[in-house]
Design a protein around this ligand. Structure first.
Ligand code: ADP
Ligand code: MG
Length: 267
């Protein structure tokens, strides 16, 4: 849902959107990178975002995840305005501690695996639950082992990142994000840095996650994944949502010339 009435239609459907962007704009200096983005993602949905390099895809994810601040418009996650507390009609900026609590509920996986190199896979996964959530170590380890099974790495807990392939590292990164029990997972081109033969194993884990009901926003160039897994596909170009809809529909029958031009290059 990407029209200007995203809020109304979500409200009509009777669910609080997991992500609701209403006229979100963001500039770096004089460079307007996001120009009034409006969209919504319902709980349990997978939204895929495609678009050329520099179109603002990462910046949009970074806004959702408190890594950038929006200049105008409103961005909410599960009914809470990102970075703010609402009281009546007024918004109060969150203190850093409150903001980090809000952010904790969102998991993010980047193009580069970003694992701590001096920690084993298991240590990477238990670090935040212990330090941030205060989980007892034994419980954190138990949960990490469950997550390692889930991402197909049951026997790799004691391996250091340097001993793992890119695909395995990325699966540990997913397990690490899941260890915080996020209600929303953001993926920023999670397979773009991988050798082609390792892409499938990461996409399979993401498919499993989607099937389990996780709400996901995925920036990707994997059109097969988008077609198969996404509930909605958004094509961004130049900081605007050019086109959106059912992924099969958008991919097979793009309405806008810019979408057609982009797809003709990547498909
Ligand atoms: P995409 O992920 O679609 O490739 P990005 O969101 O990374 O696009 O970037 C969109 C635009 O914003 C680019 O022109 C990029 O140079 C600019 N940009 C991104 N981050 C910053 C930043 N921290 N400071 C200045 N410009 C930035
Ligand atoms: Mg990017």
């Amino acid at each position: 849902m990407t029209d200007t009435t995203a809020r109304e239609s979500a409200a009509r459907a009777g669910v609080t959107p997991m992500v609701l962007a209403e006229g979100v704009s963001k500039s770096f200096g004089s460079n307007e990178v996001l120009k009034s983005i409006s969209l919504s993602v319902r709980p349990g949905e997978v939204l895929c975002i495609i678009g050329p390099s520099g179109s603002g895809k990462s910046t949009f994810l970074r806004c959702i995840n408190h890594l950038e601040r929006v200049d105008a418009g409103r961005l909410s996650v599960d009914g809470q305005v990102v970075g703010y507390r609402q009281h009546g009609d007024k918004l109060y900026e969150l203190k850093p501690k409150e903001a980090s609590r809000q952010r904790r509920e969102i998991g993010m996986v980047f193009q580069r695996f970003n694992l701590f190199p001096h920690m084993t896979a298991l240590e990477n996964i238990i670090e935040a639950p212990i330090r941030v959530k205060g989980l007892p170590k034994a419980r954190a380890v138990e949960r990490a082992n469950e997550l390692l099974v889930r991402v197909g790495l049951a026997d790799k807990g004691d391996h250091y990142p340097s001993q793992l392939s890119g695909g395995q590292q990325q699966r540990v990164a997913i397990a690490r994000a899941l260890a915080m029990d996020p209600k929303l997972m953001l993926f920023d081109e999670p397979t773009s840095a991988l050798d082609p033969e390792l892409v499938g194993e990461v996409l399979d884990v993401m498919k499993g996650l989607a099937a389990s009901g996780m709400t996901m926003v995925v920036v990707t160039h994997e059109m097969g994944f988008a077609r198969e897994v996404a509930d909605e596909l958004v094509f961004m170009d130049g900081g605007v949502v050019v086109e959106s809809g059912d992924p099969r529909e958008v991919l097979a029958n793009p309405q806008h010339q810019r979408t057609q031009a982009f797809l003709s290059k990547v498909l």
